[in-house]
Design a protein around this ligand. Structure first.
Ligand code: FCB
Length: 453
């Protein structure tokens, strides 16, 4: 493959960024006024995180953000996407705001701007205040108003310096894992509460977007979705039906109501019945006015059909480890899927701009003599970026790309073991070491970091 250059992405107008979420990096879990989040409860409950670690310290971004942003700048990135810890700014979820919590995000925004890095703010990346979970969390319809309050508080505070806003990170992950399967906080396993939460998050997304617009004239408002396309493993009627059911449950149910297309109730048993939570003008109120959509992509799934007496069939998720490279998360690498999901998102015709707001891979890295030779990660980025460039050539308006992630961090229920960073973190010392993939980006983007001799 020919070397990629910035020009393959339209030159200076394309945004190059890195992304992270508050709980995964900040640490300082009870510093200052911060209240507990559902992830504090989850990780302190013991046994649910694969390697028994937690985010109490994580990568200590709360204290080390200047050093981290220096490295982000050194690698040549233009943008830092980060999320707000809701219980850091509103310790009880609603009501009293913490001036110290808000001041932390002031400092982060200012530190970005001083380095020529544009701050991109996500309001919700999964760390709901525990106090709100005690009131039912997203399964409680009041959550729509709670989220509106968060959006107003944060937008009013940071809106003089932040233009790019995202309401949610991947409802298609935190809702099924948190409310249906139970493998993520808050560990609920209930179809009813899952469906209620899906509907309320949709309403909250529209409410939050409107609150940002009201507080920040000229804001560019978006949200992010994960897209996990089905790869049909056969061509029978059952296969096609299974792929449709998969797509409805994994992707469309989160994306389409906001576009005014309603819920795909005919295609998936997981979505059927969600109407019981719809009141009054809700279907209109779900429609969200977006300037951009953040597309996140990690894997696609081979879907087969598995006949079950009585149920007719269920989608069967198959792994095809022979055909594809597999990451440390067990995720199969297929860069062409990124092209496909960008096209899919664009073909809805509902948003003028797309950004890849997350894409990246965990591999078993080895730190040896101050270097991490992570060739597979660099290859992963090259392959996926080539698909972004192809999508642009084919007329898809994708105007930026954010790596997941700048540095290794706390990977939710998988703990600290999976390493997703361009920068290695030694958790015992908090020492940062730029990996070869980070140097590769520095070269691509005209950054200042070069490998030691
Ligand atoms: C995404 C999440 C992000 C991170 C990556 C690996 O689904 O949004 O926080 O965990 O996966």
């Amino acid at each position: 493959m020919a070397e990629l250059t910035r020009d393959d992405f339209g030159g200076d107008d394309f945004t190059w960024g890195v992304a992270h979420a508050a709980y995964q990096v900040e640490g300082a879990w009870d510093a200052d006024d911060k209240g507990p989040s559902i992830w504090d409860t989850f990780t302190h409950g013991g046994g649910r995180v694969f390697d028994k670690t937690n985010g109490d310290v994580a990568t200590d971004f709360y204290h080390r953000y200047p050093e981290d942003l220096d490295l982000v700048q050194g690698m040549g990135f233009d943008a830092q996407r980060f999320s707000i810890s809701w219980p850091r700014v509103l310790p009880d979820g609603v009501g009293r705001a913490s001036s110290r919590g808000l001041a932390f995000y002031d400092r982060v925004v200012d530190a970005c701007l001083e380095r020529g890095i544009e701050p991109w703010v996500t309001l919700y990346h999964w760390d709901l205040p525990e106090a709100l979970h005690q009131r039912g969390g997203w399964a409680n319809r009041d959550s729509v108003g709670w989220f509106g309050e968060l959006a107003t508080a944060v937008a009013e505070r940071l809106g003089d310096r932040v233009t790019r806003w995202m309401a949610f990170n991947e409802p298609g992950t935190f809702l099924p894992f948190g409310y249906l399967v139970g493998g993520h906080a808050p560990s609920v396993r209930s179809l009813r509460r899952f469906q209620a939460a899906v509907h309320h998050v949709g309403l909250a997304q529209a409410r939050g977007a409107a609150a940002i617009r009201a507080a920040v004239p000229g804001a560019s408002v978006g949200t992010t979705h994960i897209f996990t396309p089905p790869d049909v493993a056969g061509d029978s009627f059952l296969h096609r039906r299974a792929a449709r059911a998969f797509d409805a449950a994994m992707n469309r149910v989160y994306v389409e109501p906001g576009f005014g297309l309603g819920y795909p109730t005919d295609d998936s048993p997981l979505v059927r019945g969600i109407e019981r939570f719809v009141q009054g003008d809700d279907m209109d109120d779900l429609v969200v006015d977006l300037d951009f959509l953040g597309v996140q992509y990690y894997q696609r799934f081979a879907v087969g059909a598995f006949p079950v007496p009585g149920l007719r069939f269920v989608p069967l998720f198959r792994k095809d480890h022979k055909r594809f490279d597999v990451t440390a998360m067990g995720w199969e690498v297929d860069a062409t899927g990124l092209y496909d999901v960008l096209r899919t998102a664009h073909e809805y015709g509902k948003v003028p701009e797309l950004f890849v707001t997350e894409n990246g891979a965990a591999y078993p890295d080895h730190l040896v003599d101050g270097r991490v030779h992570d060739r597979r990660r660099t290859g992963y980025y090259q392959d996926h970026l080539a698909e972004v460039a192809r999508a642009r050539r084919d007329g898809v308006p994708v105007n930026g790309y954010f790596c997941w992630s700048y540095c290794d961090n706390f990977e939710w229920a998988a703990g600290l073991r999976p390493r997703f960073g361009l920068v290695h973190v030694d958790y015992a010392t908090q020492r940062r070491t730029v990996k070869d993939s980070g140097y590769w980006f520095s070269q691509l983007l005209g950054g200042t970091l070069t490998p030691p001799d």
